[in-house]
Design a protein around this ligand. Structure first.
Ligand code: X5A
Ligand code: ZN
Length: 678
């Protein structure tokens, strides 16, 4: 089954907005056909297009358009095909930031058609996910109005189509375009079956489209209250850490609680660095991470549809990052300090406050409070240089990325296993390498002696294989691995593995240890290791690099721990490798283990070694291997709120750790101000 589909419309199909005769406004010149050719060229150059199934679009029917738009409006747009230049200009002026051309109707219908074809391909199971490269964009368009370069609302029509044709009951729309997709908001305002999330440049209402209803307190109407989620950015210059914090602390908690059957992405890349409209500073690889974070939802059924994005270089690279991730590759490491800025934290806080009464997962995200005096180290959000030069600035920032991508070829082996149990019993997915070879006995024993560890025979044999697997990981021959060993040997094995990584030059190792596994004593003060114990009931901060947190029993508790603690720590630490150790009586369910592994791939570029005590490997192995390979983790089951003691423990930990790990700053309302359920 192909993993990713590209559908396209509007490339070379007419020359919308390029004929100066028809359109002489400099504004409309940015929404140009080169946007699509630049994106496609980028995909081709990086060998990504070749890995996708490519579908071509056909024009959507009038019935399709009628799912969202009024018959009169459709007729009006249809009529533009026959209008002359002056009439087109006159009609365009009836709308805000709209430029009709004789080809507009056909292009806009193709754009809708492409989005629908993509939804069909994903919902029939022909592909896992896809991106529709289309123009004109859609998210500003309304029932009876064109707006902001948008004619028909591609994504809104796609959502209606998915509901109508496939009977879907919960669809998540993630709008990461830098503008507010007010069109989508209006269309689903009172509809609880569509959760619409949008972040957007807002500047307290001083940025286009200048709407009061773009602010965080617009949450939807009637039955739809809580199903519109607006995150207004009040400053330009938002960076990777700001976008990441928004996903971890707002979008993902709500999305898991909502439990969508399909994720639609209004994928505008004017929120990326270099864009003259957005003036933001998130780098292209950020979109790989955003995509990867969404891939744990809805069985990974994602349909993305292009919206804005006007810096061709940044657009092309961001599109590549997204497609590469949709194809299952792990996201490249995120650059920049993982410190959200004050203004971003305030925005996040305002959404949490506005949405708290509608979402259980937010009611207790009440953090100890970000004191007003806390200033993020860098005072920034300086406006970028004059608009004409933003693309040039971005190009400088962008070229090193290209370089890095070429220097870091994908490892030949995705996932390898070193087992102490018969592999045949585990039903591992195809493509997994069985590590049968062992390190030399003398070498293994030398490690053991060096480390004064004790091993039984079976444990020693297991260690030999694990060392071999580890060398593959450290040399970049293998991306990720699963190793088993005996209950007796697991602590000592971990010990040796850590020493081996350090002696190989690892700078930062994240150990997520479940069950009774203690941090090796001789490494107590080594800041190259971040040790996170998840077990029992204890919450303790031994140091900024040695933390214990309880293993929550409910889905809500587990998710708060994962999104609110583990991932912010992991992204802040930026490890070279993650060791995920499941010790005796670790208590982790299979779906939880898979989700943990899937989400930890992000901060570490997929380099995860899971060391599992052999008793529990039988049920875990297959799902864990799939998660490491980038496949959708199974659902955690229905949402149950975190127990109060878990919430307490997490609040305690966050308060202690915040000074060092700034992504933990949630900026939730102070206790007590959390609005009571209406
Ligand atoms: C889709 C999109 C932007 C319109 C800006 C008007 N539209 N000033 O990015
Ligand atoms: Zn936009």
């Amino acid at each position: 089954m192909s993993k990713c589909v590209l559908t396209e419309a509007g490339v070379g199909e007419g020359t919308l907005n390029t004929e100066i005769l028809v359109c002489s406004s400099p504004e409309c010149e940015i929404e140009c056909p080169e946007r699509l050719t630049a994106a496609l060229d980028g995909l081709r150059q990086r060998g990504l297009e070749q890995r996708c199934l490519r579908l071509s679009a056909c024009e959507a029917s009038e019935e399709d358009l009628g799912l969202v738009h009024s018959p009169e409006y459709i007729a009006l747009v249809q009529k533009t095909q026959t209008l002359g230049r002056e009439e087109l200009q006159a009609l365009s002026k009836q709308f805000d930031a709209v430029y009709f051309h004789p080809n507009t109707f056909r292009c806009a219908r193709l754009a809708v058609g492409a989005a629908l074809k993509l939804v069909d391909a994903v919902l029939t199971g022909a592909v896992h996910n896809g991106l529709a490269l289309v123009r004109p964009p859609g998210h500003h368009s309304q029932r009876a109005a064109a707006n902001g370069f948008c004619v028909f609302n591609n994504v809104a029509i796609a959502a209606k189509h998915a509901k109508q044709k496939y009977g879907l009951q919960r669809i998540l729309i993630v709008d990461w375009d830098v503008h507010h997709g007010q069109g989508i908001q209006y269309i689903f305002d009172d509809d609880p079956s569509v959760l619409y999330f949008s972040w957007h440049r807002y500047e307290h209402g001083h940025f286009w489209p200048f709407l009061r209803e773009s602010d965080a307190d617009a949450v939807g109407q009637g039955q739809g209250q809580g199903f519109t989620v607006n995150l207004p950015w009040n400053q330009v210059g938002m960076k990777n850490a700001d976008y990441l914090a928004a996903f971890l602390h707002v979008l993902l908690p709500l999305a898991f609680e909502f439990d969508p059957e399909l994720v639609l992405v209004s994928a505008g890349f004017d929120s990326a660095i270099g864009d003259p409209e957005g003036q933001m500073q998130a780098t292209p690889e950020c979109f790989a991470h955003l995509t990867q974070l969404l891939q744990v939802l809805a069985g990974s059924r994602i349909c993305a549809v292009l919206e804005g994005g006007y810096c061709l270089e940044s657009l092309a690279q961001s599109v590549c990052m997204m497609v590469q991730t949709l194809l299952g590759d792990p996201a490249p490491p995120l650059l920049g300090p993982m410190v959200p800025c004050q203004s971003a934290l305030e925005s996040i806080q305002s959404v949490q406050r506005a949405q708290a009464r509608h979402w259980k997962s937010l009611q207790h995200s009440v953090a100890p409070g970000l004191s007003r005096s806390t200033h993020s180290p860098e005072g920034r959000s300086l406006p970028l240089p004059a608009e004409s030069s933003t693309c040039a600035v971005a190009e400088e920032a962008l070229s090193p990325l290209l370089h890095r991508l070429c220097l870091r070829p994908a490892p030949p082996v995705c996932t390898a296993v070193a087992l102490t149990v018969p592999g045949a019993a585990l039903a591992l997915p195809p493509g997994v390498l069985h590590q049968e070879e062992s390190a030399l006995r003398e070498e293994t024993e030398a490690w053991v002696r060096l480390h004064k560890s004790r091993f039984q025979d079976k444990g020693l044999a297991a260690l030999g294989k694990i060392l071999c697997l580890l060398d593959g990981l450290l040399d970049g021959q293998i991306r990720s691995g699963i190793a088993t060993t005996t209950a007796l040997a697991i602590a000592a094995t971990l010990d040796v593995v850590i020493q081996r990584c350090l002696s190989h030059g690892a700078q930062r190792l994240l150990c997520v240890a479940l069950g009774q596994l203690d941090r090796p004593l001789d490494l107590a003060d080594d800041e190259r290791i971040l040790w996170l114990n998840i077990r029992g009931k204890e919450a303790a901060v031994w140091s900024m690099f040695h933390i214990s947190t309880p293993l929550p029993q409910t889905t809500g508790g587990f998710l708060s721990c994962l999104l609110g603690l583990i991932l912010p720590l992991a992204y802040g630490f930026q490890p070279d490798m993650v060791l995920m150790a499941l010790g005796p009586s670790h208590g982790l369910q299979t779906a939880q283990a898979a989700l943990l592994a899937a989400m930890l791939r992000g901060p570490v570029g997929g380099r995860i070694l899971a060391v599992v005590e052999e008793e529990s490997i039988l049920q875990l192995a297959r799902t864990l291997a799939e998660a490491l390979n980038g496949e959708a983790p199974p659902s955690l089951g229905s949402f149950l709120m975190a127990a109060p003691e878990v919430t307490q423990a997490l609040m305690f930990l966050k308060a202690q750790l915040e000074p060092r790990w700034k992504l933990l700053q949630v900026a939730a309302p102070p206790p007590g101000s959390c609005s009571p359920v209406a």
